[in-house]
Design a protein around this ligand. Structure first.
Ligand SMILES: NC(=O)c1ccc[n+]([C@@H]2O[C@H](COP(=O)([O-])OP(=O)(O)OC[C@H]3O[C@@H](n4cnc5c(N)ncnc54)[C@H](OP(=O)(O)O)[C@@H]3O)[C@@H](O)[C@H]2O)c1
Length: 307
C-alpha cells in the first residue's frame, strides 16, 4: 500500500488561492469549507473541555527535514488555536523502526491522547506503512489505517481518509449535486482515488453517485472523463487533465499534485477553467479541506472516548 501523503500535501492549505487563467468557471475554494468545518470542530472541542476533557492530537516527527518540521509546527499551532493539546515526540533521523514503534505504542497506551499523526514522509530507512499499521485504529487521524479503510468499505463508522472526505465536503459546501450523477476519478491510488470512489458511491445524500475509476489500465480514459458530470483528478501527473478531457460545464476537482522542490504541479491544467462549469483553484482547493478533516477526525476520536 503506498504511503499516505496528505500529512505533507495538506500544507498547500496555507497558500493563497490563485484565479484560473482565462476561465469563467465558478471557483471552488477550499478555505470557506475548511473554515466551516473547523468552526464546528472548535465548538466540539469547547464542549469537551467544558466537561473537563482536553482533546489531544499527538504528533510524531522523525528526522530533520525542514519542510516536515514546518508542517508539524503549523499543525500544532492550529491544534492549539482549536483548543487541542498536542503532545509531540521528535525522533532523530537515526531512529530505528523499533524506536518509532515504541513512541507509537506509548501514545496508543496513553488514555489522554485521543488521536495520533505520524508526519509523512519518514526517513527512507523506515517503513511508514508498517508504522501506520501499529497506530491504534481509533486514534488514526489520517483515516488510512487498513482497518479504517476496511470500515469505509464495509460502511462502518470510523475515521475517514482526510482528502476523500474533504472532497465530499467541498462538493456539499458548494451545493454541487452528487447523488445520481456521473463521477469519474482519474487514479486508483490508496490515498485518494480508491477511498474516494468508495466514499462517493455510498448511499448518502452528499454521495450516492455513479462512480467510475480510470487509471493506466484504461488506455482511452478520456472517453470516460469527457462524460463526467464531476471529474476528479487523483493521478499525481502534472497537467494530465486538459480541456479536451472535460465535458463543457462539468465540475473539475484537482486532487492530484506533484511537488518539484517547493513548486506544486497540479494534475489539472489551468486552461480547463475555460471548459469547466466549476473548478478547484490551482492552490487552495482540496488542501484546506484535507487539513480540516484531520482535525474533525481528531475531535471525533476524542468524543468517542466519552460517549
Ligand atoms: N491535495 C491533497 O491534500 C492531497 C492529499 C493526498 C494525495 N494527494 C495527491 O493525490 C494524488 C494521488 O495520490 P495516491 O497516493 O492516491 O496516488 P498513487 O498511488 O500515486 O496513484 C496514482 C494513480 O493515478 C494513476 N495514473 C498515473 N498516471 C496515469 C496516467 N498517465 N494515466 C492514467 N492513470 C494514471 C495510477 O494508475 P495505476 O494504478 O494504473 O498505476 C494510479 O491509480 C497524488 O498526486 C497525491 O500527491 C493530494
Amino acid at each position: 500500500m503506498p504511503a499516505p501523503q496528505h500529512s505533507t500535501l495538506s500544507e498547500t492549505s496555507t497558500a493563497t488561492p490563485s484565479i484560473p487563467a482565462s476561465g469563467t468557471a465558478r471557483l471552488l475554494s477550499g478555505a470557506p469549507v475548511a473554515e466551516r468545518i473547523l468552526a464546528d470542530v472548535a465548538t466540539r472541542v469547547a464542549a469537551l473541555r467544558a466537561r473537563g476533557v482536553t482533546p489531544a492530537l499527538a504528533t510524531i516527527l522523525v528526522g530533520d527535514d525542514d519542510a516536515s518540521a514546518g508542517y508539524i509546527r503549523i499543525k500544532q499551532r492550529q491544534a492549539a488555536e482549536l483548543g487541542f493539546a498536542s503532545p509531540h515526540e521528535h525522533l532523530p533521523a537515526t531512529a530505528t523502526q523499533a524506536d518509532l514503534h515504541a513512541v507509537i505504542d506509548a501514545f496508543n497506551a496513553d488514555p489522554d491522547v485521543h488521536a495520533l499523526l505520524i508526519q509523512y514522509p519518514t526517513p527512507r530507512h523506515l517503513d511508514y506503512d508498517t508504522a501506520l499499521q501499529r497506530v491504534d485504529p481509533d486514534k488514526d487521524v489520517d483515516g488510512m489505517h487498513p482497518l479504517n479503510l476496511g470500515r469505509l468499505a464495509a460502511g462502518m463508522p470510523g475515521p475517514l481518509p482526510c482528502t476523500p472526505a474533504g472532497i465530499e465536503a467541498l462538493l456539499a459546501h458548494y451545493e454541487i449535486p452528487v447523488s445520481g450523477r456521473e463521477v469519474v476519478i482519474l487514479g486508483r491510488g490508496a490515498t485518494l482515488g480508491r477511498p474516494l470512489a468508495m466514499l462517493l458511491a455510498q448511499k448518502r445524500p452528499t454521495a450516492n453517485a455513479a462512480v467510475t475509476v480510470v487509471h493506466t489500465g484504461v488506455a482511452d480514459w478520456p472517453r470516460y472523463t469527457r462524460r463526467a458530470d464531476i471529474l476528479i483528478a487523483a493521478a499525481g501527473v502534472p497537467g494530465i487533465i486538459q480541456p479536451e478531457h472535460v465535458k463543457p460545464g462539468a465540475v473539475v476537482v484537482g486532487g492530484g499534485v506533484r511537488y518539484e522542490g517547493r513548486r506544486l504541479l497540479p494534475d489539472v491544467a489551468e486552461e480547463c477553467a475555460a471548459t469547466a462549469g466549476a473548478i478547484t483553484p490551482r492552490v487552495g482547493g482540496v488542501g484546506p479541506t484535507t487539513v480540516a478533516m484531520l482535525f474533525r477526525n481528531a475531535i471525533t476520536a476524542a468524543e468517542r472516548r466519552f460517549t
